[in-house]
Structures are given as structure tokens and as C-alpha cells.
Design a protein around this ligand. Sequence first.
Ligand code: BG6
Length: 459
Amino acid sequence: MTAAYSDAFVFFGATGDLAYKQIFPALHGLIRDEGFNLPIIGVAKAGWNLDQLKARAKDSLAHHGCVDPAVCDKILDLLQYVDGDYNDPNTFAQLRAELGQAQRPLHYLAIPPSLFGAVAENLAKSGCAENARVVVEKPFGRDVKSAKELGRMLQQYFPEENIFRIDHYLGKEPVQNILYTRFANPMFEPIWNRDHVRSIQITMAENFGVQDRGHFYDEVGALLDVVQNHMLQVVANLTMDPPTGEDNDAARDRKGELMRAIRPLKAEDVVRGQYEGYRKVHGVAPGSTVETFVAIRLEIDSWRWAGVPIFIRAGKMLPVTCTEALVEFKRPPKETFGEHVPNTSAHMRIRVSPDMSIGLGVRVKTPGERMVGRDVELELRRQAADDMPPYQRLLGDASRGNTELFSRQDLVEAQWRIVEPVLGNVAPYYSYAPGTWGPEEAHQLIANDGGWLDPTVTE
Ligand code: BG6
């Protein structure tokens, strides 16, 4: 059965950063590509009026290159605004009035999680939660216990199939493409296991710092900001079993099995780093020990992956901006031609950003009399950037009631279970110079498994 399209789009935090950076551009794309035509109601406590919100929307659209004048006018036409406190029932009475005839609104909570409870409860009390969908942003809790509490609280007012937990990595075309490439081709599955894979490494590098997000970032750090969510999603797409069945839960069920098979981290599996100068960023505590870089070693307790180490490193102020995974295959049992072959010569490289590419590393013979060769990479796919920005794809899916690319309560809890033992200052941290690949200790973590392969980016 196809679920009905939502009939109003409400976003809390309308004057905030996420609305400016993601929501207005996503709405532009939805109107342009899908004929999205719903009342758009912004809610915030900013003392603003509708004209101010329209000015902000215009500015956001111009800033993000959304230049189709008819589409921009349409957004401004559809836009409404409710200003008020999230704890005040009057705010929600006003919202109900603005919703008019709408019966199935979509509420997007682009606000700090500490406010979810008040908003959800007031939506319910004011009659705005009936048949409604709710979209929430990460972080979903701070550990298993708080994630459970958050889940229970939301489920009190919204059935699970109407709760959409956004992890924007799931909306990225190249992340989707990992699953597609693995399961749409017959040759990968037979070698996708511990008999043939030596190790997997993923690098998520950003060549910029925490910018104006010091206050937010200092409460989370790299492990919670991107590893507990985005990087674990990439691990799941790389390692999960093929889904069976076609419903929204088929892939998520497999993903759940995989996440539950990942061994919880121990302090010795983790290296944390902080770039020099981080403590001077506005909003960061002067003596902060929060990490801006983290490297971890994971293991999956399953027949498929037993004994295959999975390394992840993610950090700010690194030499490049690039996210890339490398599946490294075992060499043949004997080098037949007596060559000294680099460990990494048999691999599959999957780049998620800034562009998308998939490459297969193989040896080819160098022309000549001698049986010697060199490493080449066979490029399977190269594509410039995302066709459709993740937020556009995800908000379109949520409006259609399609939960497939959203996280589920059991998955969120399984992800917390992995990182929970190393939250806080369990693992020591080291400082690193901006523009380097993090602290030396991160290299030691992987030294016995061939070392990190630094992605290169040509502008
Ligand atoms: C966000 C993090 O979730 O993802 C940011 O909060 C990070 O710190 C960002 O920079 C990376 O996303 P993308 O799509 O730019 O790779």
C-alpha cells in the first residue's frame, strides 16, 4: 500500500542554521523536481515576523545557488510563520490554526534534542500530531539509555512508522551506490568475506575546523558527531548481508543484524586527537579534552567477517576533504612471479565525497620480457557530485512516508552500544598540527595492518 503524501510541512527551528543551510535549498529542489506544493510553516522563538523569515529564506536560496525565480517565488508564497515558545500551548494553538485543513502534517524538528519532549507533547495536546509524521535530527540520545528514553517519548505520540530519524549520509547517492554495486553484480559477493578480505579502512577527512559550531561540537566530539552515525552507516553498507524482500524494513533488518554483531569498542581500539588551536574556537571550553579526530578499530563477530579488522578515522583540519573506503583483499597465497607486491595492490576503493568513484586495484604486467608488473586501478564509476542533495531526497521520502533511508529505534540503540564503552575521556587524546593526518598514535593503531592509505584529492 502506498502511504499518502503529507499535506503540510512544518519545521521547528525555522530561523536556525539547519533551516538556512539545508531545509530551504531542499524545499527548492522538491518544488522544482517533484512539484511539491504544500503549506510550509516555519516555527521558531525568535521574535520574528513572516517578512523576516521570507528575507532569510531568500538569502539562503541565493547563497546556495537556488536561482530558479519561479521556484523561489513559490517557496515564499507557500511560507507561513508561527513565532512562540516551544513550551507555550499558545504556540501550538496558533500552529493548529495555520495548518487549516491539513490532516497529515509532517513536522521536522530541526531543534536541539532537549526540546523534542516539549514539542512532541504540545503537538499531541494541540491535535497537531494526529496522523502526523515527525522528522528528528541526530544525535538521538547520548547513550543507549537516553536513546531508549527518547524513542519511548516519541513513540508515545507517534507510531514508529511515522518517526523519521535523519542521518543525511543515508541520503547520499554514493552511500546508496555501495549497496547497489555490491548486490547488483555477481562477482563481489563470493569474495566479500574473511577468506578474501584482509581489512577495511574508511577515512572521513575534512580540511576545515569546527568553524562557528564550537559550542555544539564541544559537547559531542568526532566520535559522536560523525562516527556513531555516518561512519557506522558506511560500515553497514559495506558489510551487511543482502536484504531479502522488498519492504522498507528489508535492508534495515540486515543492517540491524550487522550493527548488533559489531563488538563494543574498548579503550585500546580508540585513538583521539585534538587539533592545535581548537580550544581557542568560540564556544569551546578553554581546557576542553573533546576530540576533533578519532581513529578506531572495529571487529564484527560474524562468520562472514570474523578476524577482519575495520579501521575508521575521521577528523577536522586534516590535509584534504574526502570520504573514502578501501576494501583490501588478501594477496594470492604465493607471489608466483617472485615480486615484492604492496599489500594494498588488490583492493576496491569507494569514494563517497567530494566526488563519487569506485575503483578496483589490480596488478598488470609491465610490457617486456620480464614477468613483472605494476598496480593499476580500474575505474568502475566516476561521477561529479550528488545528483540530488541528501536533504532533498530524505525530506521527499519522509513526505511520502518512505522510511527506508531513515534509522530505526533498534538500529540507533545498536549503534550506541558500539561506542558507549569509550564515551568521554576513556581513551587518551593527543594533539595534532592542523593540516596533518592526526596524531602519530593513529598510525600505530593500524601499523600491523598495512597503514592508512591517504586519499588524494585533485581540485
Ligand atoms: C555532519 C557533522 O553531520 O556531517 C559535521 O555534524 C560534518 O561536523 C558533516 O562536517 C559532514 O557531512 P558531509 O555531507 O559534508 O560529508
